[in-house]
Design a protein around this ligand. Structure first.
Ligand SMILES: C[S@@+](CC[C@H](N)C(=O)[O-])C[C@H]1O[C@@H](n2cnc3c(N)ncnc32)[C@H](O)[C@@H]1O
Length: 220
């Protein structure tokens, strides 16, 4: 697979942010890609290994439960949760990404929908037993991330599990471009909103020297 040109993607994001549009660049990127996943930096066409290992370590089971995948991209993580038996909704702000999921997985059990985490519409009607948020908060500028955290918190059912996978950083470390690594202090907003932290992992991701946080929250 060809490497996506990250500097072009960052420029697209910067232009969108300078128009005061925190999310417009996602649809631009997916629609311009015209089905070529090599230009989408996060598209691996397989389940995120940080999710797969967490599923294994935690013996995650989905029968009789619902799951929500935030910013589901090309759908591989949503499909992996569906295979575990979850009734999965995967949503993304980009209509082209959702159409791409539907094309890739025509027989899928996953309900793929277009919605905006920052202004939820259809996804706001239901709470879920499991929520996966991987790499979406870190793709949003800092001024809108609290709103994203608030939306996610409202969608978790009592005793539900929320899994966040993101790049991590110390608070004093500067951030320039997407993806924006998140400091633990920022994520603690979930706890201020009433969620409890169950596990917090801070590790270097496999071959790439990328610092990741992988955090599980629950709510009473
Ligand atoms: C960095 S990508 C990660 C995709 C996928 N979660 C993964 O791990 O490969 C962020 C995704 O979130 C979507 N997204 C960004 N802002 C969003 C929002 N406000 N509501 C819903 N989806 C959003 C983007 O279109 C994109 O597919």
């Amino acid at each position: 697979m060809a490497e996506a040109d990250i500097s072009k993607v960052q420029e697209l994001a910067r232009k969108s942010h300078s128009r005061n549009d925190p999310t417009g660049w996602f649809e631009e990127l997916y629609s311009n890609a015209q089905g070529d996943e090599s230009v989408i930096p996060w598209a691996n066409l397989t389940v995120n290994h940080n999710l797969a290992s967490w599923i294994k370590n935690n013996n995650l089971q989905g029968k009789g439960k619902s799951a929500l995948v935030v910013g589901c991209g090309l759908g591989d993580d949503a499909e992996a949760l569906s295979e575990l038996g979850f009734d999965v909704t995967g949503f993304d702000i980009s209509p082209s990404a959702i159409a791409w999921c539907q094309k890739r997985f025509p027989d899928s059990q996953v309900n793929y929908v277009v919605d905006d985490l920052l202004h939820p519409n259809v996804i706001g009607d239901r709470k879920h037993d499991f929520i996966l948020e991987s790499y979406t908060l870190q793709a949003l500028p800092a001024n809108v991330r609290p709103r994203g955290i608030e939306s996610i918190s409202k969608l978790l059912a009592p005793q539900g599990r929320l899994l966040i996978i993101c790049r991590g950083r110390d608070p004093e470390q500067p951030v320039l471009d997407v993806p924006f690594p998140l400091p633990k202090e920022e994520l603690s907003y979930f706890q201020q909103l009433g969620l409890e932290e169950v596990q917090f992992e801070d590790y270097l991701d496999q071959s790439k020297p990328i610092r990741r946080f992988r955090i599980e929250y629950t709510v009473q």
